[in-house]
Ligand binder design. Structure first.
Ligand code: PLP
Length: 309
């Protein structure tokens, strides 16, 4: 059931996203250069790591002639929203399995409303059923038996290969600082972006992940993701724990004002769920001397604030 080739730019290779140096005294005071890897600009309609992770999967779905995309998420999942957007742009129906039966009876939050506006059909399941999301019967139960299935958070081997390209861009980018950054820092949900990024970096570079969920389970997950994608854990990476600010999608007032201040200083729109926590962590780490003087840190801007209007 092959379809005619879909020419959409979502499926095509993209030029490297911009790398910008910014001047921030909270880093300069410690002799550290801060770069922003503007992955929020990598694709105009599907920014950031969502494009990195989804694009190889979208190609596979289109090439495989699948009639729909199906994925999983909680009520505030950026991944669910990105999949809905991708489906709209490609003209592929999308189905979202959403955690929490009770949500079916409530008004949709802005994130889920955006999914529906993009044409996603939501299928609400109980928390117990959601935990069985690897069950091959679930797509049929949701009325989408032949759909291309993307796991929760979008982190599968193809997604990691897309993020390895981000690492390779940072390995090859000596244009701003004269040398590639020593540290590539990224906020982590599932850790798939960090897992792929670390694999693409060059020798002498390391990846630093800032988990936005509470837990301490992430290092093991990243090793399994890398083993599934590349055959073994690899790359030089570590996690900076303790910057979750209370957990996923929690944005306490001090974090919000930190992000607003960063926006004022640098004119960068700061996405609150991930990017704000990354930048906050980097400022704190710089203050405690975690980055050696003379070094360069590239913060990956993995997304932009979304419009709820
Ligand atoms: C989804 C998302 C992440 C997390 O990516 P993982 O690969 O799940 O770790 C980070 N930043 C932004 C802006 C995101 O939307």
């Amino acid at each position: 059931m092959n379809r005619p080739a879909n020419p959409h730019t979502l499926l095509q290779p993209r030029p490297p996203s911009p790398l910008q140096e910014i001047h921030d005294e909270r880093f300069e005071r410690h002799g550290v250069r801060l770069l922003l890897k503007r992955d929020d600009l990598v694709h105009p309609e599907l920014p950031g790591n969502k494009w990195r992770k989804l694009a190889p999967n979208l190609r596979a779905a289109v090439e495989g002639g699948h009639p729909a995309l199906l994925t999983f998420g909680g009520a505030y999942s950026n991944h669910l929203r990105a999949t809905a957007t991708a489906g709209r742009l490609l003209g592929l129906p999308t189905v979202g399995i959403v955690r929490g039966e009770e949500l079916a009876r409530r008004a949709l939050n802005p994130s889920l409303a955006q999914c529906v506006a993009d044409g996603m059909r939501l299928h609400f399941v109980s928390r117990a059923r959601y935990r069985e999301k690897a069950d091959p019967a679930l797509p049929a139960e949701a009325g989408a038996a032949d759909a291309y299935v993307i796991p929760e958070g979008g982190s599968n081997p193809l997604a990691l290969s897309g993020c390895a390209e981000l690492g390779r861009e940072l390995a090859g980018a000596a244009d701003v600082a004269g040398v590639p950054a020593d540290v590539a820092a990224v906020a982590c949900g599932t850790g798939g972006t960090l897992a792929g990024l670390a694999a693409g970096l060059g020798p002498g570079q390391r990846a630093l992940g800032v988990p936005v969920l509470r837990g301490g389970f992430l290092a093991g997950e990243i090793r399994s993701l890398q083993t599934a994608a590349f055959g073994a854990p690899l790359g030089n990476w570590s996690l900076a724990e303790g910057f979750d600010h209370g957990g996923y999608a929690r944005v306490p007032a001090d974090l919000d004002s930190f992000a607003a201040d960063f926006e004022d200083r640098h004119g960068l729109p700061v996405e609150r769920i991930y990017v704000a926590k990354l930048l906050y962590a980097l400022v704190e780490l710089a203050a405690t001397g975690a980055f050696p003087a003379g070094g360069t840190v590239a913060a990956v801007v993995t997304g932009s604030p979304y419009d709820t209007a």
